[in-house]
Design a protein around this ligand. Sequence first.
Ligand code: UT7
Length: 332
Amino acid sequence: MTKPIRAKISALGTYVPPRLLTNSDLEKMVDTTNEWIMTRVGIRERHIVDKGVATSDLAVEAAKKALAQRGLAPTDLDAIIVGTVTPDMFFPSTACLVQHKLGAKGVWGFDLSAACSAFIYSLQVGAQFIASGSHKRVLVIGADVMSSIIDYADRATCVIFGDGAGAALLEPAEDDSVGLIDYIHEVDGSGGCFLYMPGGGSLNPSTHQTVDQKMHYVHQDGQQVFKVAVRKQTELCQKLLERNGLKGSDIDAFIPHQANLRIISATADRLGLRPESVIVNIDRYGNTTAGTIPLAMATAIEEGKLKKGSLVMLASVGAGFTIGATLLRWAF
Ligand code: UT7
């Protein structure tokens, strides 16, 4: 049997809209305080789109940066995968809109729905196309405009989320010294009731009544999600480390989904990670759902924590529940 081709991330681009929503802005909108948000979640500010800006717009900006970094044209791509829970509309897919806006003529693509795990799930789907030899350049995008589904009168959710996008280009790795090494994914639909948007789908199509009942917004039982996030993220990362003969302290950069600073710290402690290896930028961006991991990759690069050959572990827990952990060696 021929050995599968290993995929590597060969370029990264990110984008957040310029407008800031700070804790002090939120103090004027709902009954909250900067102190509560900083101590309970760890967010200082988040970026929010202006009216008329959609997920595909953020995705396109991130995609352009990734392509420019590699000196490639949109038509050099083979496929575009967009992980998002806030598509511009139900259909066409955001991938189609991104393909058109980029001018990536002849390129195919599709959306992947896995909430906060959408970027790492998309990364593995893209990697399978590279592994099979059918594709040479797959653009994997995690993008969300969470502000489009948040109730800015609900203090339990509106302080948490922000808008943002990141795009990673996957290409075949020249050898096994860089690229995606291993992953573990798991979904548990019994957790669907703890984080969901009940309205607008085939179960509760949009009506005046569903809107009056605020069913078109994110609903979350924060404590339930918190407990599962720490437990499952730790469990999957631990399994991934063990089956690759690694310890937490071997990881150069731990890049987790940015949902809550306390979730990240608790996971890092349990895994025995070196504090300097843990990448955190939730203070600046909040929870951008599918955008957090590529945005945190960019932060790791800015902080000089990602170099060619660095051992990286990605981890996420999101609505579904969707859970995932990925091990890779950085390639540039
Ligand atoms: O990315 C997808 C996955 N999502 C997650 O991973 C989120 C996981 N959950 C969390 O991060 C946390 O549970 C939250 C940040 C959502 C909430 O933090 P918490 O420490 O679990 O707070 P809580 O829900 O237990 O609420 C504690 C108190 C309550 O007041 P009482 O009942 O103790 O009087 C809330 O009403 O804090 C109150 N509260 C607030 N107070 C000020 C809730 N939201 C706010 C707020 N400002 N924004």
